[in-house]
Design a protein around this ligand. Structure first.
Ligand SMILES: Cc1ncc(COP(=O)(O)O)c(C=O)c1O
Length: 560
């Protein structure tokens, strides 16, 4: 090659490299744009910030006036707090005593206890407002603790309790009876499995089914299959969405290692669609339709309720459009669309989110309630995506087994659950479901508004979130007033109330009365006091200042 030829060749290579790096830079910019501006949207950054966050707490002198409340308000708060403490110690004595005996040995309990409220307040709350971890029985829409107190259950057992506890008790008992002769035999199936598969195929509208032990496992398997069949490695999840505790779906705080092949994108955003259209490394998109209630936000736990900024609003039309857009881009780009219906499956409609929003997925995961009261995870999917081996490549397999998959006890109860869905009374439950629960939410909101109280609820059918209309630092206290009124909440507190569908009008009216009383008591005790000039942003800024000050103290102490 002569000199001119060589120069041209180098020029060509240079132009090619430049064009290549231009495309890479463009892709990176697109990816950055598709991230939600919050820390939740930036997994790596959120882990870094979390590592810097210093621990500090309010002692008794600051606890009641950390927002600068005047002395008389702080006194009312202290008196209310101590009154509540005395009530808890007397009313829940046995439950508290038995919990204290084991809490040192149950790591899960220590974790949930520590994170019920913002960490600055946690120690004093744990000392004075102890919560029993044990209950002895359930009946109707209630659970009873060891002291015989009956609580209206607003926990929904993390979403498992869709039809009412008595129904699950029956399903578990009858399911066990059905498989009694087989016992714990694993490997070969009990014949009930065939009926379960037939019903799940019909409900999901998909070809094949696999059984797992938990929702987390079902999601792991769905993602693994998508990676196997597409030959691509990245999964896309949306900002704030929970898909279980497996590392790849939890790239931010809570996971000690980086999730290297996960993109966390903005929900309901054209920027995200642009990324999906332009990248070739995306195997699947995971959608948790519960996010439609609070797009781009994590589960609204009271442990992070440091102001009144929590917001939620369900817009069915807008979310349906979003799902349609995702469906279209997945079809166009050969990306596997996975609906993670572990939570909302069977709750929004018999056919779950697919039926409710009228959009079909390629793979669907179910869990929680479909086990009829026992632990379970299920994947339903298109035949070509569910296959775990290749006819022409015998060693190229997608391995997924599990000792307890298709356990007879679970399969028996699942059979009962799926049959139950076919009864006229259950079908009747699904009719006008949203109208019923939207109406109930409005009723509670009117009562709260009429009483001039700074609390409202937002809902996706029977899944509710409590929102606060004043920027108080103490909104998380409501969970303790609600418990005092006999309303049971899960450890994340007022962020998520889950109703079972067997709540009658009378049951619900009783919940409304107790709820309003709790908010009124909290108001009387001064917790909703706020500086008229306060805004949520100002509250967060003052907390940030405290954190920075404590961080400096830490650094200084470290050096000296
Ligand atoms: C949408 C979703 N996916 C997956 C999971 C994980 O299920 P499990 O807790 O059974 O592992 C959950 C649990 O809350 C969930 O809500």
């Amino acid at each position: 090659m002569d000199v001119a030829g060589t120069t041209l060749a180098f020029l060509g290579l240079g132009v090619g490299a430049l064009a290549g790096s231009f495309v890479t830079v463009k892709r990176r910019i697109e990816l950055s744009r598709a991230k939600h501006p919050s820390l939740t949207g930036h997994a790596r950054m959120s882990r870094r910030v979390a590592a810097l966050l210093p621990f500090y707490e309010y002692d008794e002198s600051r606890f009641f006036c950390s927002d600068g409340a005047p002395e008389d308000v702080a006194v009312r708060r202290r008196e209310g707090f101590m009154r509540l403490s005395a009530l808890y110690e007397a009313r829940f004595a046995d439950s508290i005593r038995r919990t204290a005996e084991v809490s040192d040995s149950i790591s899960d309990l220590q974790f949930t206890e520590a994170y019920r409220v913002p960490f600055q307040y946690s120690r004093l709350v744990r000392t004075h407002l102890r919560i029993g971890a044990f209950v002895q029985s359930s009946e109707g829409v209630t659970v009873t603790d060891l002291d015989g107190n009956r609580f209206y259950d607003l926990t929904g057992s993390y979403g498992v309790n869709l039809l009412g506890y008595d129904t699950y008790k029956d399903m578990m008992r009858r399911g066990l009876e059905r498989v009694r002769d087989l016992g714990p035999v694993l490997g070969p199936y009990h014949p009930v499995v065939a009926g379960n598969v037939r019903r799940l195929r019909e409900i999901s509208g998909l070809d094949e089914v696999s059984f797992h032990m938990s929702g987390t496992e079902a999601v792991m398997q769905a993602v693994r299959l998508a990676r196997y069949h597409t030959g691509r490695s990245y999964l896309v999840r949306f900002c704030g969405a929970y898909h279980g505790w497996w590392g790849d779906v939890q790239p931010g705080v809570g996971n000690p290692v980086r999730a290297r092949e996960t993109y966390t994108l903005k929900d309901m955003s054209e920027d995200s669609l642009r990324v999906l259209r332009s990248r070739n490394d995306i195997a699947c998109i995971l959608v948790n339709p519960l996010q439609s209630l609070h797009p781009n936000a994590a589960a609204p736990a009271d442990g992070s309720l440091v102001d009144g900024a929590r917001s939620a609003h369900f817009d069915k039309v807008a979310y349906t459009e979003w799902l349609r857009a995702l469906r279209a881009v997945c079809t166009e780009r050969g990306i596997v669309l996975i609906f993670d219906e572990v939570f909302v499956g069977f709750r929004l409609a018999r056919g779950g989110a697919q039926e409710y929003f009228g959009v079909g997925a390629d793979l669907v995961t179910y869990g929680k309630t479909v086990g009829g009261g026992f632990p379970v995870g299920v994947v339903c999917g298109r035949r070509d995506l569910m296959k775990r081996f290749r006819e022409d490549r015998p060693a190229d397999i997608c391995f997924a087994r599990g000792t307890f998959n298709s356990h007879p006890a679970v399969m028996g109860a699942m059979d009962e659950f799926l049959r139950h869905l076919e009864t006229p009374e259950t079908q009747e439950l699904y009719r006008d479901l949203d109208m019923l629960w939207d109406g109930r939410a409005q009723r509670l909101n009117s009562r709260l508004r009429d009483a001039g109280l700074p609390v409202q609820v937002a809902n996706l059918s029977s899944i509710w979130t409590v929102c606060y209309t004043r920027p108080s630092r103490y909104n998380w206290m409501l969970q303790y007033y609600l418990r005092a009124e006999g309303l049971a909440l899960s450890w994340i507190g007022t962020g998520r109330l889950i109703f079972s569908l067997n709540y009658s009008e009378a049951d619900f009216d009783e919940v409304v009365t107790r709820f309003v009383s709790a908010v009124q008591a909290m108001e009387r005790d001064g917790w909703f006091w706020c500086d008229p000039a306060a805004t949520n942003r100002a509250v967060r800024r003052s907390i940030l200042k405290e954190m920075i000050a404590h961080r400096f103290v830490e650094l200084r102490d470290h050096r000296s």
